[in-house]
Write a protein that binds this ligand. Sequence first.
Ligand code: S3P
Length: 478
Amino acid sequence: MKARVHPLRRPLRGKAVRVPGDKSISHRALLFSALADGESRIAGLAPGGDVRSTARCLAQLGVPLLRGDGTPWSAPRSATERFAPPERPAGSSALPEHDPDMGPDDAMVRGVGMRGLRAPVADLDCGNSGTTLRLLCGILAGAQVPATLVGDASLSGRPMERVAAPLRQLGARVRTGPSGRPPVVVEPGGAIRAGAIASEVASAQVKSAVLLAGVFAEGETTFTEPARSRDHTERLLRQMGVKVATRGTTVAVRGPARLSPIALEVPGDLSSAAFLLAAALIAPEGSSIALPHVGVNPTRAGFLDALTQLGARIQLDLKREAQSAPGGEPVGDLSASAQRLRGTELDGDLVLRAIDEVPILAVLGAVAGGTTVIRGAAELRVKESDRLAQMARGLRAMGAQVEELPDGLRVTGASGARPLRGAEIDSAHDHRIALAFTVAALAADSPSVISGAEWADVSFPGFFDLLRSLGAEVELVA
Ligand code: S3P
């Protein structure tokens, strides 16, 4: 599918625009409640393809899951069937009772306990989702459930030894495919022993895999990383009754643990909100957008600090009461209006806390006056695509001057009211590339075409319709 995106001619306006539920928290809410003793209820799950991959894998592992419309998530019935139709499968009596008040993005999960997962009959297809594959790896190693985890073409090219190696250090039997990529095979045997893992990469996915394996082991398992990655796992495990301690960049969990079920409302995803905030900032004078109930976890909210550095003023109304709610995630209402931006240097801890927002920050850099330098983002080379290369290529096609650095980008926009020109951009099968260039196209001097626009659905289904409802002109063509 192609999106033809026209330059914005009039202000972009939206009050109370709900963004999809936070993807990172949604994965964790489903995975951890699958291991709990009892029934959990999760409201406002991320509706995109990634979280559906997690839910389907859990169904394959024998976890009864009911979606908001009352249909269960079903597992394939054979090794050759990829997805079963959403009809009631055998054994559905174990499904949670449907509550008609549930919204379309809500789910009920009947936890099977720490030892209740069953070995899947087919490969676990994690689709495009690195979080699904890596976190499941930790859980399956801990629970000693043999399985083969696979993904789509993009996920099949991503590094998995970063998860497999520490799990092996803890006693698991985990194999990766050629060059350490998927498929990842969790083999029978290999009980987890508590231990201390030091990681060369700051990664919440690796940390979570280790901590999740650790909750199955007797004693304390620690994970130390070079800088502190997002802490959603720590917060949610604590809420579910696990002993978790944080000392600097080391996190410790004590096992064996039991998880209590939760009732959780997932906040809006700041990584999705970022595209709308950016669109409002670079839109014509008079634009403004308000996004209620967005997660602003400080280990994740580097984007907001980056905006301050770019000279933007964003309103954040922190809803303190949400901090003490289950999940323990700070939540706030965000709003932004059209403003002039100035180039800046972004590096270190801030970039780690904005790692998924680097593509849209590069777009803002191309629209800002002066030069923006982003460093410390080498991890972007092994995301759903090589995001540094894709951003450099696309922004150059739109007329910006871009130097690709080993770990970042130096971006200088042309000056003037319309600093970018319309271009044809390929999403490279990467949702954040599709979304970032759609926003860039709003500030161009002529229409742009984004091919592979359907990839936006991985994290932000309905993005193009939403933009249209705010005043943008976007046409979708098959
Ligand atoms: C995520 C962690 C980050 C992030 C990804 C989601 C998570 O990846 O880029 O989109 O939910 O734990 P890394 O752990 O590889 O840095």
